[in-house]
Design a protein around this ligand. Sequence first.
Ligand code: GLU
Length: 307
Amino acid sequence: MTVAPPREPGRFVCRFAPSPNGRLHLGHVFSAFVNHDAARRNAGTFLVRMEDIDAARCRPEFARAILDDLAFIGTPPDAPPRWQSAHMADYAEAIARLEAQGLLYPAFESRSEIAQAVADRTAAGAAPARDPDGTPLFPFARHSLSDAERARRRASGAPFVLRLDMAAALAAALAGGPLAWREAQGAPEGPLAMVPAVPAAWGDVILARRDVPTSYHLSVVVDDAAQAVTHVIRGQDLFQATAVHVLLQRLLGMPQPVYHHHRLVRDAAGAKLSKSAGAASLKALRAAGVTPAELRRQLGLQPTPTT
Ligand code: GLU
């Protein structure tokens, strides 16, 4: 089923949200072009958000280089970027609201304990289900420890993460009706299809860590609301994660943007580009003399739209 896009006339706010833990590659360049072009076509606003909550991997020099690359390709932001690292209090406030609803619990299992439990269960023929990214679901449960014991361990200073109690979160959210999101078809301003959201596929996701009081899922939801984003335009690889985002929006009473998940740029072997796999950076392409127009052609995009 598709429906006509019901939106406030003249209001179109989208964002490009890189993590400054390396240089942009062609996949990011494609996403920046798709966002920026959509903003221009719809007389809208193109924002940039630096997803720099991972202080160990993000560096200001990468952020500066990303902004320089965006200027080079002709997609500079229409407003100063939002830096996630400057908004930890906003995330902490959202976490506190979810905790007050009884939807989070501190979990103390280390990565190696989790891996061991997954291995043991797999060996016993009871492998835990995997999330849409292929990672085994958290193999423990909130009720394996009493809330009082969890509170005691947390107060004692034991390392922990805060996990969403997915069953409780769904029970709370579904009281407001079925969960779904509007996915724009074919283009960011295309007709909308309702996509049923199945956040349970992700299990008890981590929403905060003791040292970093947030996570990708939580900060993306808080920031899209804070930046008044009307259209989240991003790669197909984040399609399934949207189920968690619309769940959190419902629980936090935040507006739900329209989503458009665009195609991914693949390498010659058909694999998704990634920094870790050493995808060619825009830095290297610039050093070799590439022009923005050549980049657009190579990515199968129309020449810069004139408005
Ligand atoms: N920071 C994410 C990434 O670089 C994008 C997040 C989003 O667009 O929601 O993949």
